[in-house]
Design a protein around this ligand. Structure first.
Ligand SMILES: [Zn+2]
Length: 401
């Protein structure tokens, strides 16, 4: 295994160790019932597949009073104070009235404070919320995930996702809670760690490219995915050989199961990958080496276009040809035709060969065209030193039927 001496980013993100437990204990709660609920017998009556996080937009005591008033017509299963005290007002088996069409399938938790204030998220409140949500997810088999979409992303503006949800995802038209300051990433990691402390993922393997192969920038670095270890992110470090030692060159964090990196100097490079899950960072992979070449320049403009020179062509088809450009992986042929007093877009084709047969539909009129070549760096300039947008530099011909 490799040293991780230069691996500073991940070190900062190491999660605190959590003691393993077979089942997550319910944190201490104060029972103070609300009359606002639908009696039920979940999870035999309805499956609980989500936990909805709210902010009260007022004080802890104010929320409890409000939920005890039949006039309010609303409630939540739990209310948490800024100091971390948890009041339970509706039994988990029953249905609280907190998120309209999500009530039957969810547990509602109100956090005392405001969606628009970062100060709502005190360490004490978050600690109690983490323990409570871990208990609920463990008890009712709710997945510890937070979908990134909301009701507007689904048919009929009706949200259907499971997991730990914000009220704002379910009713984006009139709710934003728990708001932009809620620390989703660390919260989910902490909840997951409480439920299944587990072990960090193993060292990634199957790195590519490897073995000193040559590769041009930008280069796709890949490795075998470690999905079964619930990896949530990877860290990739790229080093360059400076003639006497490997020196840090660049890094990608967070990374998915592959990443693209760029470099501007030819030479030997090596990279290693670390994987992270709720239990922390695993060991680094073995280094994979390759010879990196800077990105090649874009290809030159193609020449030798035919038809050109304002010649007259008879149909029904026209074979467009140009000189092949070394290193090109494809070409774009851009064609305009003359109609109503000006040149108009006819069509643009992408082709991998240096020719293209076209059957133009507008007859007895002028056509003009350009072609450009593409390689791993990008598109080169259009032929003739001009462009379709400026109208200059074209190859031109008259099309008879
Ligand atoms: Zn809410």
């Amino acid at each position: 295994m490799n040293s991780i001496r230069s691996f500073s980013v991940a070190a900062l993100l190491l999660l605190s160790a959590v003691t393993a437990s077979a089942q997550v204990a319910k944190p201490a709660t104060i029972w103070n019932s609300s009359p606002n609920y639908s009696a039920s017998s979940r999870e035999s009556s309805y499956n609980i597949d989500s936990v909805v996080i709210h902010t009260t937009e007022g004080t802890y005591s104010g929320a409890i009073s409000w939920f005890k008033s039949t006039a309010s017509g609303v409630s939540a299963h739990y209310v948490i104070s800024p100091g971390g005290e948890i009041t339970q007002m509706v039994a988990d088996d029953d249905i609280a009235w907190h998120a309209t069409y999500y009530n039957k399938r969810s547990i509602g938790i109100e956090c005392a404070g405001y969606a628009g204030k970062s100060s709502t998220w005190t360490p004490e409140l978050l600690d109690s919320l983490t323990k409570l949500v871990a208990f609920l997810c463990d008890s009712y088999d709710v997945e510890v995930v937070h979908p990134s979409t909301d009701a507007y992303d689904e048919p009929g503006d009706t949200f259907t996702k499971t997991g730990i949800l914000s009220h704002g995802q379910i009713q984006p038209w009139n709710r934003t809670d728990p708001g932009p300051y809620f620390p989703w990433t660390s919260f989910l990691a902490d909840v997951a760690a409480l439920i299944a402390p587990g072990v960090p993922p193993p060292a990634p393997a199957g790195l590519s490219p490897d073995g000193g192969a040559s590769a041009s920038s930008p280069i796709a670095l890949s490795w075998s995915p470690l999905d079964e270890f619930a990896v949530d992110t990877y860290y990739v470090q790229l080093d360059r050989w400076d003639g006497s030692a490997w020196i840090f060159y660049s890094e990608t964090y967070p990374a998915g199961a592959s990443t693209t990196m760029t470099f501007s100097t030819a030479g030997y490079y090596r990279f290693a990958v670390w994987a992270h899950n709720a239990a922390g960072w695993g060991p680094g992979s073995d280094y994979a080496e390759f010879y990196g070449l800077p990105a090649p320049p874009v290809p030159p403009a193609p020449t030798g276009l035919s038809p050109a020179g304002s010649i007259s062509k008879w149909g029904p088809s026209v074979t467009f040809k140009w000189g092949a450009v070394p290193g090109a992986d494809k070409y774009e042929l851009y064609l305009q035709y003359y109609s109503g007093g000006s040149y108009k877009y006819y069509y643009a084709w992408t082709t991998t060969t240096a020719s293209k047969v076209v059957w133009p539909s507008a007859k007895y009129t002028w056509y003009r065209w350009w072609v450009r070549a593409h390689n791993s760096t990008g598109w080169g300039p259009y032929s003739g030193g001009g462009s379709p947008s400026s109208g200059t530099g074209s190859a031109k011909f008259y099309f008879n039927k």
